[in-house]
Design a protein around this ligand. Sequence first.
Ligand code: SF4
Ligand code: SF4
Length: 94
Amino acid sequence: MKIIQEIEKCTGCCMCMLACSMERENAFNVRYSRVQVSLNLSGLPTRISFSDRCDELLQTQCTLHYGVAECVQFCLPKALKMAKEPSAESEGVS
Ligand code: SF4
Ligand code: SF4
């Protein structure tokens, strides 16, 4: 599993960060989130970046609830979505 993002849909609401910090660190604090949304001086989102640890967590803890990571569940504008990694079979690798 992996997360795909569409920055054009991001509103900068920070819900993904709060959801991650609460679920992973039991703290309602964006500083503890493993996803960070950068805003420009006008308050518009310019970048969504994930920690390297997300790759591992997406295979385990982050997808225990219905296969959808918490950061994705709380992204109401759907700037974040779950996507399955292409299998070796679908890539034509034997
Ligand atoms: S995948 Fe998991 S650890 Fe990474 S930002 Fe989303 S909720 Fe946090
Ligand atoms: S929850 Fe979605 S819309 Fe809100 S800041 Fe995060 S990525 Fe952007």
